[in-house]
Design a protein. Sequence first.
Length: 175
Amino acid sequence: MIIKAFAGSNSSTSINKQLVTYASSLLNEHEIEILDLDDYNIPTFDIDIEKNEGFSDEVKRFYSKLVDSDILIISLAEHNASFSAVFKSYMDWCSRINYKFLEGKKLFVMSTSPGGYGGKNALEAGSKLLTKLGGTILIDFSLPKFDENFSDGKISNEELNNELMKKVNEFKNKI
């Protein structure tokens, strides 16, 4: 079983990367590759670039990482009540290679934000997109007030940590 995880953010201090890294560590009986969107030099999706230059090696490399996996764990950053532009752009590039490129993939989708809503707008919008691209969302999770509830690489709020642990166990049972 091949599992990849990433945050839908290109911030070097991404709170969603911290969350997805922690959540992935809870699936410790599985080897999980954590991807960083900053490791790929992919421009904002542009139909003219696609027409004139085709798909860059970087686009193909990221696409291959996703399609060569069985399971994806994704934490979506929220920007202005939706997912980030970088996440949308990466999904656009991949979907131009194969629209249903997530077909057969099992997904654990999550989000966090500094606010009390925990990035749920991004979670809802991103889940809709990921499903449209063929993915099957098995579990989702939202962590509110990141700065208050996450420290030292883990969720510090016991109740919220227990909720994530429960969801991780449900996910394990479904995969």
